[in-house]
Design a protein around this ligand. Sequence first.
Ligand code: AMP
Length: 192
Amino acid sequence: MPLDVVILGPPGAGKGTQGQRISAELGISHINTGDMYRAAVAEGTELGAKVKPFMDAGNLVPDDLTIEVVRDRLAQPDTAEGFVLDGFPRTMPQAEALDTILGEADRELSVVLDFQLPEELAEQRLLKRAVQQGRKDDTPDVIHHRMETMRIPDALIEYYRARGILVGIHADRTIDEVFAEVLSVLQTAAAR
Ligand code: AMP
């Protein structure tokens, strides 16, 4: 059985860092829609041109486009053993589409990790990152706007909670502490 994992949480909660570690430890593919979009913009592809205005404005890319991108990505052979999806789904239509895509391949989500971090703390982390990386465009206002637009809808959390596959992770700890808990959750999920 493939291990199909989703990580939810606000920007700054450490989804990317943990996604990479899970991928390295368990040998499943880390898929981050934000990274895919940034790569497309950097390479100047047709997709990059389509998504750039939304990204520049700090808004979500429309669902139909994002769903197609994820559908194509999940069809790649490197996802056969599983994947850890980070940054998707962010809306209910995306969550429903993900179930459809997986269902077509006779798969279903194994577990959804909900990274919990108070928004104030998440904003502080993003501001610190912006300063460290010299991202002058990332002002407190811009970061606050991104936090609001990227907030995971309650309905999405409930959708997975109702299915019994949601696991809350306290993200306000060291990377190693969070990873230890994540690994134990994933080992339990894999054994089911
Ligand atoms: P991130 O690095 O996850 O903050 O993503 C960077 C940008 O990519 C976001 O601000 C959105 O414009 C876009 N994006 C990433 N994931 C999604 C998604 N699931 N739905 C819509 N837009 C997305």
